[in-house]
Design a protein around this ligand. Structure first.
Ligand SMILES: CCCCCCCC/C=C\CCCCCCCC(=O)SCCNC(=O)CCNC(=O)[C@H](O)C(C)(C)COP(=O)(O)OP(=O)(O)OC[C@H]1O[C@@H](n2cnc3c(N)ncnc32)[C@H](O)[C@@H]1OP(=O)(O)O
Length: 235
């Protein structure tokens, strides 16, 4: 399968589809940086109000450009890439063009998937440690990608996470996943998260292929069935 069309392709190995996404990746990186600075700095209050005003102006400027809501809307014109390419950019855990994404990157080597992730201070749960909900979200994304190891990718049926010790912030986190068994539409997997040599969390997950296959989700979804905000919110 062409990597660029593959929704499971990792940002680590796939460049931006075009200049638009390259530029969006840059904006996303700036927003990520802003988030990190926001939660780790203490300017005086009046300076913060000034910063807020500048950012509000920037957001309003940005919002005046043509708006596109949701992946199906993004692919409609054909100018922004395929469903896979757009997902690749906007995925909330792995998309370089989505500032919510830490991001999680992944690669396949033989029958093991490897990945990594780096969580800054905005992800703090317990002191100095990644919030457990983000640990689970990182696993969900990573295991979802790692299904590429198998033959019948699906949606997460369950994700059981064991938290062995706190997962440190500002540390390169290494991820590893394997398929443990597969049975019809069901793929059972295990995953591990390491900080250096320390196993901080592990998971067991079941992914279930939809009856018509994973790509049927895209084909079945009609634009009118997809949530979009009222016209008044479209800026
Ligand atoms: C417009 C979209 C286009 C997309 C197209 C491109 C694809 C690219 C994809 C991804 C790329 C990036 C990677 C991201 C990764 C992120 C992953 C997520 O976060 S996924 C979101 C969270 N998960 C859900 O929202 C699932 C919601 N649940 C469901 O949709 C269904 O429940 C589903 C599909 C999981 C199962 O539905 P059934 O109708 O097939 O159910 P039955 O036939 O009863 O189950 C089949 C077998 O699975 C077992 N099963 C199902 N759920 C189970 C569970 N929770 N625990 C244990 N067994 C379970 C059942 O017992 C059954 O087993 P027996 O055949 O009898 O042996």
């Amino acid at each position: 399968m062409n990597e660029l069309k593959n929704p499971f392709a990792s940002e680590e190995i796939t460049p931006a589809f075009n200049d638009e996404w390259q530029a969006k990746r840059r904006v996303a990186a700036a927003v990520r940086l802003l988030t990190e600075v926001l939660v780790t700095s203490s300017p005086d209050t009046s300076k913060m109000h000034d910063i807020a005003e500048q950012l509000e102006t920037t957001a309003a400027d940005f919002a005046a450009s043509p708006r596109v809501y949701g992946r199906l809307d993004w692919i409609r014109s054909g100018e922004h890439g395929s469903y896979g390419q757009v997902s690749h950019e906007l995925n909330p855990l792995a998309g370089y063009s989505n500032p919510l994404a830490p991001p999680v990157t992944t690669r396949i080597e033989g029958d093991v998937a490897y990945g990594h992730c780096f969580c800054g201070w905005a992800y703090e749960g317990p002191p100095g440690s990644v919030h457990g909900g983000y640990v689970a979200a990182i696993f969900d994304q990573f295991m979802g990608f790692a299904q590429k190891l198998g033959k019948r990718p699906g949606m997460t049926g369950y994700l059981h996470v064991d938290y062995h010790q706190r997962t440190p912030l500002t540390t390169d986190l290494q991820l590893e996943a394997r398929i443990t068994s597969a049975e019809g539409r069901k793929t059972f997997m295990e995953g591990k998260m390491y900080a250096g040599d320390a196993l901080t969390a592990s998971c067991n997950a079941l992914f279930v292929e939809p009856r018509q296959g994973i790509y049927s989700l895209e084909a079945q979804a009609r634009p009118e069935e997809v949530f979009s905000p009222p016209a008044s919110d479209r800026g």
